[in-house]
Design a protein. Structure first.
Length: 548
C-alpha cells in the first residue's frame, strides 16, 4: 500500500486528465467545424509557401495549418472529431507539464490542485471546445515546456528550450511572449554562463523576424496610442479575470463580465505586499514568468478592438496558465499543512463545479452554430447545379457570422475531395427548426429563386391552377410548387404577399417582393438535387390564382 499512498497525487492527476478529456470530447460530440477553421479548410489548400506562411489575424500559423492538412488528409472533412481529439491531447499534456512545474516548487499536492483547476477552467470554453484554438494552446504547451527545460541551466536543457520555443512560435505569435521570458533567463544567468546561451532565444526570434519581414507585416494591426496608454489597466483586468476564472468566480459566459476578479486581485496583491514587508524575496525564476505574463496582456492590449476585451473567453486559458505559473513561483518553497491542503481541495472542487456552467453554455452555443453550419452547407450542396460559384454565406444569408469564409466554389470542391460535414437531405428534414428555417433562406438565395411581375392578368383558359382567395385555398392557405415557372395571378384590389418554405415547418422564412393588384407574377424555381416541393403561401384580400 506504500506505492499508491506515495504516488496518490500522480494517480489522481491521471484520473483528472482522463475525466477532463472524456468530458471535453463528450461536450464536443456532434459539433462541426466553426468560424476560422473554414479559412484553413477552404483557403489554404495546396502546398505553397503562402499556404503555410500567410498570417491569420496577425498570427503566424505554420504548425496549425500543417496539422489541419494532416488531419484532413488522414480522416477527411466529414467530422471534426480528429481535431477535437488532438486539441484534447494538447490540453491534457499542458496540464501535466504545469503539474511538473508546480511540483518542483511546491510539492505534489498543491501542484495537483493547480492542474485540476486548469483542466476545468470553464470560462475558457472557447479554447477548450474549439479545436482551432490549438494555435494558442500549442504555443502555451511548448512555452511551459521551454520554462521547464530552462530550470536546470544545462546545455542539453538549453537545446531543448530552444527547440520548444521555436515550436511555440510556430503555433502562433503568442510564442513571442515566451521568447521574452527566455531572454530574461539568459540575462539573469549571464554572470555564470555568459551570453553563449543567447542562441536559445535568438534563433527562434530570428526565425520569427524572417517570417514577419516576408509575410507577417502584411497582417492587419490595431496598434494605437490609445491602446498603449490603456494597456496597464488592460493587464490588471486580464489578471483579475484569469484569477476569477480559475476559482469559478467569474460570470464569463457568452459576453458576460467578471464578478470577483478585481477584489481577489487586490486581496492577493495586499498579501504579497505584506510578505515582502516581512522579508520575503522571490526566486529569480519568477522574473521570466512575470515577463511572459506582462507581455501577453500588454501585446493583447496594444491590438485591442471591441470583442477582444481582457475577459474574453479566448484569453482565459493562457491567462489561467500564467496565473498558476506566477503562483508557483511566489509560493516557491512553501510547505502547506494538512488543513491548508484540505481547504485547497474544497476550493478546487467548488471551482470545478462552478466552472462546468460556462463550459455547458459554450457547448450549447457551439451546438446552435453546428446546426446552422450543417444546414447552410446542406443547402449549398442541394443547389449545386445552379449556385453561383462566388455565392458566399454572409451573416444576413447564413444567420450567423461564423461562415463568412465559406464560398460555394471553394466549399463544393473541398467537399468533393475530402467529404462533406453537411446534413444529408434526409438529415436536414429532421434537423432542429432553426436549421431547417435557415436552409430555406440559403436555398432561396443559392438556387436562386426569382420573380418577375407584369401588370394585368391574361391567363389562358386551359391551365392547372389553384385558386387562393384571401389567403385561403386550403386549410393552411398554401400551394405546393415544384421546379420550373409558376404563374401567380392577382385579381384587381390591394397588394398580395408571397412567401415560401421547403424544409421549415410552421413558418414561411423566404419572402418575395409580392405583387400589386391586377398583376401577374412569374416565380422561377430552378431544379436541384432534392424532389421535396416548395410550399407557397399567398396572402391577399382578393382571389389569387396559382398556375403551373
Amino acid at each position: 500500500m506504500a506505492w499508491p499512498k506515495r504516488n496518490a497525487p500522480v494517480i489522481l492527476l491521471a484520473a483528472a486528465l482522463l475525466a477532463a478529456t472524456a468530458l471535453l470530447l463528450a461536450l464536443e460530440s456532434n459539433l462541426t467545424f466553426f468560424q476560422d477553421t473554414w479559412a484553413f479548410l477552404l483557403h489554404r489548400r495546396g502546398l505553397t509557401l503562402a499556404t503555410f506562411l500567410d498570417p491569420h489575424n496577425e498570427h503566424i500559423v505554420i504548425i496549425p495549418v500543417a496539422l489541419e492538412k494532416l488531419l484532413v488528409a488522414l480522416f477527411g472533412m466529414t467530422s471534426a472529431a480528429p481535431e477535437q481529439v488532438a486539441m484534447s491531447l494538447v490540453l491534457a499534456v499542458t496540464a501535466a507539464l504545469l503539474f511538473i512545474y508546480a511540483r518542483r516548487r511546491l510539492g505534489p499536492w498543491p501542484a495537483l490542485l493547480g492542474a485540476v483547476l486548469l483542466l476545468f477552467v470553464g470560462p475558457a470554453w472557447e479554447v477548450l471546445l474549439w479545436p482551432f484554438e490549438i494555435a494558442l494552446a500549442g504555443s502555451v504547451l511548448f512555452g511551459v515546456a521551454m520554462l521547464l527545460a530552462l530550470d536546470p541551466g544545462t546545455r542539453r536543457g538549453d537545446l531543448v528550450a530552444c527547440l520548444c520555443l521555436t515550436v511555440s512560435i510556430g503555433f502562433s505569435s503568442l510564442g513571442v511572449v515566451f521568447a521574452a521570458a527566455a531572454l530574461v533567463d539568459v540575462l539573469q544567468r549571464r554572470r555564470s554562463h555568459g551570453l553563449r546561451r543567447a542562441y536559445l532565444a535568438a534563433v527562434p526570434i530570428l526565425l520569427y523576424a524572417v517570417w514577419w519581414a516576408g509575410w507577417g507585416h502584411d497582417a492587419e494591426t490595431h496598434l494605437s496610442l490609445h491602446n498603449v496608454l490603456l494597456s496597464p489597466l488592460y493587464l490588471l483586468e486580464g489578471l483579475a479575470a484569469s484569477l476569477a476564472s480559475l476559482l469559478g468566480l467569474a460570470a464569463i459566459g457568452l459576453g458576460g463580465k467578471v464578478v470577483w476578479g478585481a477584489p481577489l486581485l487586490v486581496l492577493l496583491l495586499a498579501l504579497l505586499a505584506r510578505r515582502l514587508a516581512h522579508g520575503f524575496r522571490p526566486s529569480p525564476r519568477l522574473w521570466p514568468v512575470a515577463t511572459a505574463t506582462a507581455a501577453y496582456w500588454l501585446l493583447a492590449a496594444f491590438n485591442y478592438i471591441p470583442g477582444r476585451e481582457a475577459h474574453a473567453s479566448r484569453y482565459m486559458y493562457a491567462g489561467a496558465v500564467f496565473v498558476l505559473l506566477l503562483a508557483a513561483e511566489l509560493l516557491r518553497g512553501a510547505r502547506l499543512g494538512r488543513a491548508a491542503l484540505v481547504v485547497g481541495g474544497v476550493v478546487t472542487v467548488a471551482a470545478v463545479a462552478s466552472n462546468l456552467a460556462p463550459l455547458r453554455d459554450g457547448k450549447d452555443w457551439l451546438r446552435e452554430q453546428t446546426v446552422l453550419t450543417r444546414s447552410d452547407l446542406a443547402a449549398i450542396e442541394i443547389a449545386r447545379r445552379t449556385v453561383d460559384p462566388s455565392f458566399s454565406l454572409t451573416p444576413e444569408i447564413a444567420g450567423t457570422p461564423s461562415l463568412i469564409d465559406v464560398q460555394a466554389d471553394s466549399y463544393l470542391s473541398a467537399a468533393v475531395e475530402d467529404g462533406s460535414p453537411a446534413y444529408t437531405p434526409a438529415e436536414l428534414a429532421r434537423a432542429p427548426a432553426a436549421g431547417r428555417r435557415q436552409a430555406d433562406i440559403v436555398l432561396a438565395k443559392a438556387l436562386p429563386l426569382s420573380t418577375k411581375t407584369s401588370t394585368g392578368v391574361d391567363s389562358p383558359a386551359a391551365r392547372r391552377c389553384a385558386v387562393v382567395a384571401g389567403g385561403g385555398g386550403g386549410a393552411d392557405g398554401e400551394v405546393r410548387i415544384g421546379p420550373g415557372v409558376t404563374r401567380i395571378e392577382v385579381a384587381p384590389g390591394g397588394p398580395a404577399t408571397f412567401s415560401l418554405r421547403r424544409f421549415a415547418s410552421g413558418e414561411y422564412p423566404v419572402s418575395t417582393e409580392g405583387a400589386p393588384g391586377d398583376s401577374t407574377t412569374f416565380l422561377r424555381v430552378p431544379r436541384d438535387r432534392v424532389a421535396r416541393p416548395w410550399r407557397l403561401r399567398v396572402e391577399a384580400a382578393q382571389p389569387v390564382r396559382v398556375c403551373r
